[in-house]
Write a protein that binds this ligand. Sequence first.
Ligand code: C2E
Ligand code: CA
Ligand code: CA
Ligand code: CA
Length: 284
Amino acid sequence: AKESGKDSFARYQPGMGADILDHAQLGAQLRQALDGGQLTVRYQPVVRLADRRIIGMEALVRWRHPERGEISPGDFIPTAERTGLIVPLGRWVLREACRQKAAWREAYGDSSPSTIGVNVSGRQLLQPGFADEVADAVHEAGLEPHHLVLEVTENAVLTGGQAFDTLHALRAFGVKIALDDFGTGQSSLRLIRTCPVHILKLDKSFVLAAATTGTQARRQAAVASAVLRIAEDLELDAVAEGIENAEHADRMAALGYRLGQGYHLVRPLPAGEIGALLAREVAP
Ligand code: C2E
Ligand code: CA
Ligand code: CA
Ligand code: CA
């Protein structure tokens, strides 16, 4: 069926296969996936660039579709957001990630990552009970609030006053807030003055470009350094995302970044494989 311009735009974003299902059909299947246990979570470490030590972890949802195989979040999160399914989906990921973080702490103690990051959509921040839901998830898993990092994008935060109120309530509770894809939005600088944030995650586009040469690369590197200086001045952590090779890692370290995330460091992995990595860190 032909839909409005907005929907057809969303349908043909890069990364969405040509065989992408109709939006409504996808929504119905996603609901079944949620009820039927087809969703799973991969985990990608945040590492210290100097020695590759794992200091945090990020939860990234996947959909194991019975016919189409593994579907990445870029292909179904937009549908989840438009249908409102992001609310139960996000709730499931949050609980699952908190449970997994507690299990790692139980098994690996001090060698386990100190934080678990969970991505949060704007729609979730607009739910009146969201802060309470987060508090329940933290307590039920036996975690402390500072173990949880909620990763929000600029667009999610700029949805309105309710989103800000929720972030302030969450900060008062003690969870950490990360600004994801930092530097790509229209009002990144305004946001760090007003948003109760602890961590800036430099968008991967800056990392990719900063490792090339030419004027464009110099500009991207300048933004990457400026973001780091702001983070330092405000006593925020900064993480360089999208470290795809050794040169990216060296380049970001040379700019002063201490923390990174990317395929070159560790890919997003199933919980069991992360466990094997952590077991290796326990052994001296
Ligand atoms: P994000 O939060 O910015 O997550 C980083 C994305 O970059 C992940 O894609 C990750 O697999 C990918 N990545 C990691 N290292 C590299 C690298 O070296 N190079 C490149 N090019 N990419 C790298 P993924 O898992 O496909 O997730 C895409 C987006 O979907 C996430 O972007 C996030 O915005 C959203 N997402 C994932 N899980 C959830 C969730 O549980 N809830 C919500 N609301 N959104 C989610
Ligand atoms: Ca993220
Ligand atoms: Ca990001
Ligand atoms: Ca993103």
